[in-house]
Structure formats: structure tokens, C-alpha cells
Design a binder for this molecule. Structure first.
Ligand SMILES: Nc1ncnc2c1ncn2[C@@H]1O[C@H](COP(=O)(O)OP(=O)(O)OP(=O)(O)O)[C@@H](O)[C@H]1O
Length: 326
């Protein structure tokens, strides 16, 4: 594996609003969560980032007490989510991927009903306004669009002023304006000291919001750290991977190892994404690009497209697994 980014070191501590240790969950004998560790702290956004089927939702559902783990331990605010469900209910907010909302009720009534279950709920009018719920408050849930349901589910998750909030793909299917409203609300929750656990396969969501990211694949955390730590992680040979990515389209069949070796310094890695499409990661500067184009010219290879960009969590995932997040 072309990296030495370590899974979270703090997963072994007992501190944290959410502490998951060595979690195992099987479906039909198949482990979909296979020894997963993570910790989420108050006043932080913790992102669980991974491709479809990585085990993110299953992990969060174990934290919510909706699934029973087959192994390992899960503690939320120091309590067992299954055994202590009653004590946790007023302290934990949950936004499920499918909304989990009663489909026959009107949106506004759903929110009022949920708010009434809490001792000191948020101001419903203010929450509805900022999430744009007022515009569809009289519409029944079954007639709402996917994005509207998401916003209602988010409002229902936070209306009771929880200490911990689990948000599963919170901005999936939303237009840019709604997404901004959701992200602003998440930042406000963090500022209020809430522990926010966010599952997503959207790298920009994780990059923009998360204080700490756990990258999950095949039911395990394969890398963990702040976004900055992950983007500037050091490769196995100790060289700095740097902050740059060069994407190159040219003839298929170029050797990625030779491509990386053509670059100045030791901090370069390269992968052949698909035939004729290459991604190089390393300290991108004018000298590096000159070396690359000279190497290609020496081999009479015509560049069809060459783009230079900053490294993203997508690149980190690609480096770790050889696959794309989506
Ligand atoms: N109730 C279930 N019974 C059987 N298999 C399940 C069940 N729930 C989930 N799975 C399987 O477990 C694996 C992990 O699913 P999970 O929903 O946890 O992944 P995910 O990372 O949240 O993916 P996505 O981003 O698509 O939501 C998938 O292969 C899924 O098909």
C-alpha cells in the first residue's frame, strides 16, 4: 500500500463523545464492518468517508443502537447505545439516510411533533426558515423531493439540541443553496460544542466541514487524521507526497513507476487510473512539469491533456486503494 497514513491513534482512548473499538458487524456471515475504530469529540465534526458499501451506515447504525454489533464495543456519551437507548434518546440526534419520516404527515407537523418530545427544543420557526422548510411545511412527507426530505430529517435530528448528532449523507441530493444552509448549520453545531459524526462519500463535504476524517474501506478505517494531515501524508519511503496532483492523458501503456521516477526529487507517486489516464502526486512546481514533458518528448509521446491541481481526499483514497471513492 503506497502510504503510511495510520488509522486514528486516539481510538484506543476512552475519551470522546463517540468511541468505537474493533467493531465487527456481519450480514449473512459476511463481515461488512471488520474491526473498525473511531473516536468523535465534542465541538468537532468527524467525517466517516468511504465509497458505497464501505460500511459507513452500518457503523453509524451500531452507534445509534439500530444494529447490534457482532464484536467490539461502541460507547456514545459513555453509554451503550442498545442497552442505554432510553437515556441516550434525548441527548443524541439522528439523521437517517432514508429520512425515516412518517410519510403521511405534513412536514411542519412532523417537526412540531418531534420538537414536543424534548425539554428545551430549538425555535422551530428559525430552524424552518434557515433550512427552507417553511416553503413546504404544509406538504405531506411523501410528496417532498429527496432534498426537502433531507432538510426535514436534519431539522428533526437537531431540534432537540442534542450533544451528539449522526448525519448520514446529510447533503445528498441537495441543490447548492440548500447544501450551504446544511453546512452552515453543521458548523454552528460544532461551535456550540456538539459532537457531529458525518458519513459521506462526498470528498468536498469532508474537506470543507471535517475536523477529523476517518477513511473507511471494506469495513475498516484505512487512514485517519485531519484533512491537512491526510493531504500531506508521507509516503512509505518517507518522502513528502506534497500538495500537488498532475493528471495526464496520453498514450496507454506508460509505466507509472517510470513516470514517477522521471520527476525531480523522491516525493512522487504515480498510478494509471485507466488506460491512457495517469495521476501523479508530489511536490508540483515548474521544474516537475518541465521534467515530465521532457520525459514524454524523449519517448515521442504526445500529451492529450495535462492538468495540475491541488491534492484532494479523492487522491488520498486512490493512493490508498487504487480505486476511486465513487
Ligand atoms: N440489512 C442488511 N442486510 C444485508 N446486507 C446489508 C444490510 N445493510 C447493509 N448491507 C450490506 O453491507 C454493506 C455495507 O453497507 P453500508 O450501508 O454500511 O455501506 P455504506 O458505506 O454506508 O454505503 P453507502 O455509501 O452506499 O450508504 C453493503 O454491501 C450492503 O449491501
Amino acid at each position: 500500500m503506497p502510504t503510511s497514513i495510520a488509522p486514528s491513534g486516539d481510538a484506543g482512548t476512552s475519551h470522546g463523545a463517540v468511541v468505537v473499538r474493533d467493531l465487527v458487524k456481519r450480514y449473512g456471515g459476511r463481515p461488512v464492518v471488520a474491526g473498525l475504530d473511531l473516536v468523535a469529540h465534542p465541538g468537532e465534526v468527524t467525517a466517516v468517508l468511504g465509497p458505497n458499501g464501505a460500511g459507513k451506515t452500518t457503523t453509524v447504525e451500531c452507534c445509534e443502537g439500530l444494529r447490534t454489533p457482532d464484536g467490539g464495543t461502541v460507547r456514545v456519551l459513555g453509554l451503550d447505545p442498545a442497552a442505554d437507548a432510553r437515556a441516550l434518546r434525548p441527548r443524541v440526534g439522528v439523521m437517517l439516510q432514508d429520512g425515516g419520516l412518517p410519510t403521511g404527515a405534513r412536514a411542519g407537523d412532523v417537526l412540531r411533533h418531534v420538537a414536543a418530545m424534548y425539554a428545551a427544543p430549538r425555535d422551530i420557526g428559525e430552524l424552518s426558515e434557515r433550512l427552507g422548510i417553511s416553503t413546504f411545511a404544509r406538504t405531506t412527507v411523501r410528496r417532498l423531493s429527496g432534498g426537502q426530505r433531507q432538510r426535514l430529517a436534519l431539522a428533526a435530528a437537531v431540534v432537540g439540541r442534542p450533544e451528539v448528532v449522526f448525519l448520514d449523507e446529510p447533503s445528498a441530493g441537495m441543490d447548492p443553496q440548500s447544501r450551504r444552509a446544511v453546512w452552515d448549520l453543521v458548523r454552528e453545531l460544532r461551535a456550540d460544542g456538539v459532537a457531529v459524526v458525518l458519513t459521506t462519500h462526498l470528498m468536498d463535504e469532508a474537506e470543507d466541514l471535517a475536523d477529523h476524517v476517518h477513511v473507511v474501506d471494506h469495513g475498516r478505517v484505512i487512514a485517519s487524521g485531519t484533512v491537512r494531515e491526510l493531504l500531506t501524508a508521507r509516503s512509505e519511503d518517507g518522502a513528502d507526497d506534497g500538495a500537488g496532483t498532475v493528471r495526464l492523458d496520453a498514450a496507454p501503456g506508460l509505466d507509472p513507476v517510470a513516470l514517477a521516477a522521471a520527476m525531480p526529487g523522491t516525493g512522487w507517486s504515480a498510478t494509471a487510473d485507466e488506460p491512457g489516464s495517469y495521476v501523479l502526486s508530489g511536490p508540483t512546481d515548474p521544474r516537475a512539469l518541465a521534467a515530465l514533458t521532457a520525459w514524454l518528448a524523449d519517448r515521442d509521446v504526445l500529451v492529450q491533456r495535462l492538468t495540475v491541481g491541488r491534492r484532494t481526499l479523492e487522491d488520498v483514497f486512490l493512493d490508498l486503494t487504487g480505486r476511486h471513492l465513487r
